[in-house]
Design a binder for this molecule. Sequence first.
Ligand code: ZN
Length: 373
Amino acid sequence: MDQIITPELLKDICIRITGQERYKVNFVDNEYKDDCLPKSYNKGRLAILRYGNRNAFISFSEVKVRGRNSAVQSAASAFNIYYLSKAANKELYYYFLGGGPKFETDYLNATYRQMQTIGFRFLNPEKLSSPIISFSSIEDLIFSRQNTSGKNRSNNASYITKEKAKEIEIYGKTYGANKYAAAMLGYTASAIAKRQGQHITLYEILEGDLKHMPKPSVQILRLMGNVDIVPTNLEFEKDQFKRNNSLRSPRYKVNLLDRVGIKHCALCHCEIPEIVQGAHVWPVSAIKKQALTFEEQFSHAISGDNGIWLCENHHKLFDENIIRIDKNAKIEFHTSDKSSLKFLHKITLENRLDEIYYSDKFFKYLKFRNKAL
Ligand SMILES: [Zn+2]
C-alpha cells in the first residue's frame, strides 16, 4: 500500500480536493476506529479525506487492470460504504492509479459513466483519452449495455430493458462477482429513473450457489425508493406455467437475452423495448399437450432456443400463423388478400431469419411448430 499511495500522490489528491497540500495520515486499524466506516471496512479500495466539515470518500482504481469484475466490485463496494455512511457533508471521488488502453475498454468506459451518473467525481479524468459523460436517460443506458455486451455476450451479464407502460426491468445476475455489476446497474437506473419519475423492477436471477446481491446493495436499492427487488423463484414460475398458456417468465426472457442479445424484432429490426416481446416458437399451449413430464414441459417453455424477439405486430402475425418460418428459416406470408400481402412486405424487412437464432434445438422447435400447422 505504501508503495502505491505515495506522499506525492496524497499531495496531489489534497490539492485537487482542497486546494492545499498539507495532510496527516491515519490508518484505520484495530486501534483507530472511524465513525464513517462500517465495522468491516477492508473493501472498496477506499480512503477518507477530512477538511473542515467535509468528508471526501476516495476510491482508488487498480494500478493494473486485472479483470473487469474487480474494478466494478471495488467501485460498488466504495459506493455502498459512502452511501450508508452517516458522515455529514459527504462527497464521493475516484482516483486513477494507472492509465492506458486497459483502463478504457468499452466495458470499463461504460462503468465510469455509471459511476459518474450515481455521484462519483473523477479526480484525475485526464488519465483517460476521452471525457466521461453521465447517462442522460434509460434508453442511453440500455443502448450502452447493448454495445458492450452485444458481440461477446457472456451468460454472466445483467440486462436492463423496458416493458409496456414504461416499466423498467433489470435482470441481475447474482452469480459470483456479477452481483456487483447487477447492483451498479440498479443504482444507475434508479438515479436516472428518479429524475423521470419512473419505477424499476430488479429481478435477481439466482443461479448456481443461489447467491443474492450483497446485503448493503439490497439495503441501498430499497432506500433509493424506486426499485423493487424480485428474487426469481422457479417454483413461482412453474406455478404460472401450470395456470397460463402465455408465459410471462423472467427466466425465459433472460435465456433469450443470453442467447441472442437485447430486444430487437427479428423481422423489422424494431428496437423500441416496450413493444418487443419473446415469441415462443413451439407454443406453450402445444408443449402442454405433449406426453412429457412436467419438468420437461417447463424446460421447453423457458428455453432460450424456443424463442424469437418480435415486435407486437410481428408477434401477433406469427401467433396467427399468417407469418411462418419454414425449415430453412425462410419467412413466408400466408394470406390470399393482396392488400394484406402488400402490408406484410412493407413491414417485414427480412426474408430469412438471422443466423444468430440458428441452433439444433431451435430448428427442432421450429419443426414441432410447423408439424402442427
Ligand atoms: Zn417487427
